[in-house]
Design a protein. Structure first.
Length: 267
C-alpha cells in the first residue's frame, strides 16, 4: 500500500526524511510518495486544496498530511476513512483533510489518534509528524484496523474548511483567488461548468479587476498563445479558471493573494 506525504516542512531540515524513516521502520513494504513538502508554512488552506486536487491521481492508500500550526495544543489528531475508494487520511483536525474527504464522498469513519497505541513514546510536543502521524499512517498501511488506531469520533464533529463561492453580478463574475503556484499563476474558484452563460469563452478579450485596478487579458488555451509579458486567463490543469502572465508573475504584478476577489467580465 502507498503512504503519500504532504507537509509544510520543506527540505532544509531533516523533518521530511525522518517521516520516511519512521514509516520504513514500521511498514518497510509501504511505498512512500512525496506529494509535496513545499506547502507554505502554516498554510492549512493551501495544503487542503493541494491534497484534494492531487489525490485523484494517486492510488488509494494512506494519505498523511501535516500542516499543523497548533501542534501540541488541544487540537485533535485524526485518521479518517472516505466513503469512496476506501482512502485513509491522517493528520491534524484543523480542516487540512476536509476538502480531500469531500472529494471522495465524505468521511464515513473517524478516530482520534491523539493517544493512539501506535504512537512513538515519548511524544514530542512539537513534532507530532514523527511521533504520532507517521507511525499511525505506517501501521494502517501495514494492515492495522482504523478502529484500533484511536478512539472513535463522529465524522460530523471534524473540522472542515469552507471555501467562498464565485457569484454572478452586474454582467461580471466575481471570483476569489484559491491558490498561487510557484510561477505566480492564480487559480480562481471558477470551474469549467461555472463559465456557461458568462460570455467568457476562448479567444475573447476579458477585463479583470483586482485591488481596484483594471486590466485586459486574453482568454486562451495556454501561455504561449499570447506574447511574453502579456496577461491571460485560461483553464488550468485542474479545471479552474486561472490568471497568468506568459513568462511572468501575475500574482506579483497584480498584487494577488489567496482569498482576494477578482472581477472578470467579457469585453
Amino acid at each position: 500500500m502507498i503512504v503519500s506525504l504532504l507537509t509544510d516542512y520543506g527540505h532544509e531540515d531533516d523533518f521530511a526524511g525522518v517521516l520516511h524513516g519512521v514509516i520504513a521502520g514500521v511498514a518497510p513494504g509501504a511505498r512512500v510518495i512525496d506529494l509535496t513538502h513545499g506547502i507554505p508554512r502554516y498554510g492549512v488552506r493551501r495544503g487542503a486544496l493541494v491534497l484534494a486536487r492531487a489525490l485523484p491521481y494517486l492510488p488509494a492508500g494512506v494519505h498523511l498530511a501535516v500542516v499543523d500550526p497548533q501542534v501540541g495544543t488541544e487540537r485533535r489528531a485524526v485518521a479518517v476513512r472516505t466513503a469512496e475508494e476506501n482512502r485513509l487520511l491522517v493528520g491534524p483536525d484543523n480542516g487540512l483533510l476536509s476538502l480531500a474527504w469531500a472529494r471522495f464522498g465524505g468521511a464515513v469513519e473517524a478516530v482520534d489518534i491523539t493517544r493512539s497505541p501506535h504512537r512513538l513514546e515519548p511524544v514530542s510536543a512539537t513534532f507530532h509528524g514523527r511521533d504520532l502521524f507517521a507511525p499511525v499512517a505506517a501501521q494502517l498501511a501495514a494492515g492495522a484496523e482504523l478502529a484500533d488506531a484511536g478512539e472513535a469520533i463522529e465524522p460530523g464533529e471534524l473540522e472542515a474548511i469552507e471555501l467562498p463561492e464565485a457569484r454572478r453580478e452586474e454582467g461580471r463574475l466575481t471570483a476569489h483567488v484559491l491558490s498561487l503556484d510557484g510561477y505566480g499563476n492564480a487559480a480562481l474558484n471558477v470551474s469549467h461548468d461555472a463559465l456557461v452563460g458568462t460570455g467568457l469563452t476562448l479567444g475573447r478579450e476579458v477585463e479583470l479587476e483586482a485591488g481596484g485596478e483594471r486590466c485586459l487579458a486574453s482568454f486562451t488555451q495556454t501561455f504561449a498563445d499570447v506574447p511574453a509579458g502579456e496577461l491571460l486567463v485560461y483553464e488550468d490543469a485542474y479545471g479552474n479558471l486561472a490568471v497568468a502572465i506568459n513568462r511572468g508573475d501575475a500574482a506579483s504584478t497584480l498584487g494577488l493573494a489567496p482569498g482576494d476577489e477578482v472581477h472578470v467580465r467579457p469585453r
